[in-house]
Design a protein around this ligand. Structure first.
Ligand SMILES: C[S@@+](CC[C@H](N)C(=O)[O-])C[C@H]1O[C@@H](n2cnc3c(N)ncnc32)[C@H](O)[C@@H]1O
Length: 337
């Protein structure tokens, strides 16, 4: 859950973010739902308690599902757990759905376990793989070209000092491979001014960027929104919680396009009607945490919820470029390995 900027509150037990407003926006909850980011199961339990007949819980992290084994049996057939990516949710579901929830990003559990390598405040192996397979952050940091590293930091972390940091990484790895979180955090911190009280750790943006690259989070998001569109019944709900502006922008744009409500749409284009809109907006503006939630859970501060309802219009392939999802220039993609 949440951006790397929230890692300093890492010891709090998992509290599901924006669950109350999500359930309120989706009420009355019934039928079959898919929770594409199962995590500690907070949303799943909330949906089951609110009236879902069944929840299919999907997570790419095998540990998340292992940890649920202790309580999942209490729900019998009402809960089915699937290891996999939410980008494939329509095949995981195997049926049309009444609702889909996505709570994007990394979980408290993943941040809090130093050995998962997500935290710049705990020493651990430089890993960051949610699925525990494939290319790790250490592989990326030690093998990618300086240009590719700079592009990752800039495009996925909005890090203005991306070139300086990429250069420092490449110099440092000549001396010895960078294999731990704290060594990387130190290299990054040396490139940036010391933070003032209240400012986030200097490695925040770099860690976010690497995590996004390692887990291909924007490709997953775009494909996941599209898969949800295919999997939802007419009238079904899609609720998405994001944790940083790059993610929220993609979700907002997807909903606006699918609802035929793009602000910059060509004014000579035919007016979209109810029959062509694939979603209608349930939340016109993103919903954030209220004061009570912020008090109970400061991690929720950058969270935003958007909800839309599927119409009867046929699903359409999403044009990823039109969603402006951050991506690496072509040369960086080729030079990653
Ligand atoms: C913020 S946590 C979800 C917390 C959950 N809502 C709860 O209440 O416990 C995000 C979870 O989604 C998983 N995840 C992230 N991207 C995924 C993807 N593309 N496919 C499947 N699971 C993903 C992560 O492994 C993590 O466990």
């Amino acid at each position: 859950m949440a951006e790397t900027s929230d890692q300093n509150i890492g010891r709090a037990p998992h509290i599901p973010v924006l669950l109350r407003p999500l359930l309120a926006a989706c009420a009355p909850v019934s039928g079959v739902w898919l929770d594409g980011t199962f995590g500690a199961g907070g949303y799943t339990r909330g949906l089951l308690a609110a009236g879902a007949a069944q929840v299919i819980g999907v997570d790419r992290d095998p540990l998340a599902l292992q940890m649920a084994a202790a309580w999942a049996g209490d729900y019998g057939d009402r809960l089915r757990l699937v290891a996999g990516n939410f980008s494939d949710m329509d095949s995981h579901a195997g049926q049309m759905l009444d609702g889909v929830v996505l709570d994007l990003g990394v979980s408290s559990m993943q941040i809090d376990l130093a050995e998962r390598g997500f935290s710049f405040q705990k020493d651990g192996p430089l890993d960051m793989r949610m699925s525990q397979s494939g290319q790790s952050a250490a592989d990326l940091v030690n093998q990618a070209s300086e240009e590719t590293l700079a592009n990752i930091l800039y495009h996925f972390g909005e890090e203005r000092a991306s070139r300086r940091i990429a250069h420092a990484i490449v110099e440092a790895r000549v001396a010895a491979p960078i294999t731990t979180t704290l060594r990387l955090a130190e290299i990054v911190a040396k490139c940036l001014p010391r933070p003032k009280p209240g400012q986030s750790h200097p490695a925040t943006r770099s860690f976010q960027a690497l995590r996004i690259a390692v887990n291909e989070e924007f490709a997953q998001l775009v494909q996941g929104l599209s898969a949800a569109e295919r999997a939802l019944k007419p009238g079904g709900l899609l609720a998405v919680v994001t944790f940083h502006s790059l993610e929220d922008r993609v979700v907002k744009r997807f909903f606006q396009q699918a609802a035929g409500e793009e602000p910059n749409a060509n004014r000579y284009a035919p007016v979209k009607s109810e029959t062509t809109a694939r979603f209608t907006l349930v939340t016109r503006k993103a919903i954030g945490p209220d004061e009570q939630e912020l008090e109970e859970n400061p991690r929720a501060r950058s969270a935003k919820l958007r909800v839309a309802r599927r119409t009867e219009a046929p699903a359409k392939a999403v044009d990823a470029a039109s969603l402006n999802a951050p991506d690496l220039p072509h040369s960086s993609k080729k030079g990653r390995r």
